[in-house]
Design a protein around this ligand. Structure first.
Ligand code: GLA
Length: 403
């Protein structure tokens, strides 16, 4: 069997991309833009399905970004165009409310709505969007969309939020409300934090219990990060994600704690937390979901230490254990993710795991520097052997936030 050459998805150059999105704006709306902005997608190194449990996550911002050109209007009309779509999406911002809009524009109009809910005066606007963050690939294309407009509105309206981490976390909160309440995806907040609060060259050590962050240098000298877009369809608003979240909330209620993180922190260690939760939960599915969350928060803590120590073997082993837990206990992987991870490891990755929400989407592999192409080839071959759609690949260093 001949395997097609792996398809690579390069990050775009920022200056050109901003000029291109400004041109799309001018052609569509017949006027010049007030400003151009951009925001990154993300991969999470470890700490999956922990954010809505008050847990820890460790994402990096990708070099792959969404670009937006914005012009404020005097009225409340919102008109949007995307280089990746057709036609102009329109809504009246005054009429936006939960359940009132649908489609890709809801992520953007939702940000304006959420800033209004937060007390800011936000008028209608026109926006043109272009992106090299692959859609539906679990790389936070929606958070990149939200965050690019959030910094755009912040700048053009002089809200003063983009200049420091406190303001950025308020912008991130508006993006989360846009996604949860207007776009209808019950996601947890890690993606928006990564897009708005990450720092160039650093992983974002995010503590979702109090929203605090630390910036850990992430620039492995002799390793590199390969991202595998499995092309298996992925959606966060089809009920599966929300059902995982509901199971965790119900389990926390049975255990009598506000979040599963509280349960972990009250125990001597993760094994004790799992054992005591097992004894109180009477449903096997709930026990396994809880075991994933408790052990994943613990793994993320250990991965943070491994990162600081530059111990990539330990880091890789934690990635592997995270994937196994997401596959067996949390049950959010699909065959494409499992095959991608196994093939990457067999080809020399020191660790590999699914990243993001799962149910399709992307995997990441930490591979010896200079071997990404070789590993990608092996993964593409394994996909061909399984009769899967050909995957796509990207590499990225830890890049900078929305700007
Ligand atoms: C998606 C959600 C995040 C997070 C991850 C799983 O990416 O948007 O909030 O819950 O899944 O870790």
């Amino acid at each position: 069997m001949t395997t097609p050459a792996p398809q690579w998805l390069p990050a775009w150059e920022t200056t050109d991309s901003l000029a291109r999105v400004a041109t799309l704006f001018e052609r569509t709306f017949g006027a010049s833009t007030d400003g151009t902005f951009s925001a990154p997608g993300r991969v999470n190194l470890i700490g999956e399905h922990t954010d809505y449990n008050g847990g820890l996550a460790l994402p990096i911002a990708l070099e792959h970004r969404t670009y937006v050109a914005v012009r404020l209007r005097e009225d409340s009309l919102v008109r949007l165009v995307s280089a990746q779509g057709e036609g102009v999406w329109e809504a009246d911002l005054d009429a936006v409310a939960p359940g009132a809009v649908s489609g890709w524009g809801s992520y953007l109009v939702g940000v304006a709505w959420a800033l209004r809910q937060d007390g800011f005066t936000v008028p209608g606007f026109e926006a043109a969007v272009d992106s090299c963050v692959p859609f539906g690939a679990g790389l936070s294309s929606s958070a990149a969309l939200e965050a690019s407009l959030a910094v755009g509105l912040d700048t053009l309206l002089g809200l003063g939020l983009g200049g420091d981490d406190d303001g950025r976390s308020r912008l991130a909160a508006a993006c989360v409300r846009a996604e949860n309440e207007i776009a209808g995806a019950a996601t947890g907040g890690m993606d928006q934090a990564a897009s708005l609060r990450a720092q160039d060259g650093h992983a974002l050590a995010l503590d979702c219990l109090d929203g605090s962050v630390r910036h850990e240098p992430f620039a492995p000298v002799d390793r590199e990060l390969l991202v595998i877009d499995t092309r298996a369809p992925h959606s966060l608003n089809d009920g599966q994600y929300a059902s995982r979240r509901a199971t965790c909330d119900a389990a926390a209620a049975v255990l009598g704690v506000p979040t599963l993180r509280h349960w972990l922190d009250a125990a001597t260690d993760a094994a004790a937390a799992v054992a005591s939760a097992d004894a109180l939960l009477d449903d096997d599915v709930a026990r396994r979901r809880v075991r994933h969350v408790l052990t994943e928060i613990d793994r993320t803590r250990q991965a943070h230490d491994a990162l600081r120590a530059g111990d990539w073997d330990a880091f890789g082993a934690l990635m592997d254990a995270s994937h196994a837990s997401l596959r067996d206990d949390y049950e959010v992987t699909v065959p494409e993710l499992d095959v991608a991870v196994e093939a990457a490891r067999a080809a020399g990755a020191v660790g590999a795991r699914m990243t993001g929400g799962g149910f399709g989407g992307s995997a990441i592999a930490l591979v010896p520097a200079g071997t990404s192409h070789e590993v990608a080839h092996a993964v593409a071959q394994a996909f061909a052997e399984h009769g899967f759609t050909s995957p796509a690949f990207l590499t990225s260093r830890a890049a900078g936030p929305a700007a």
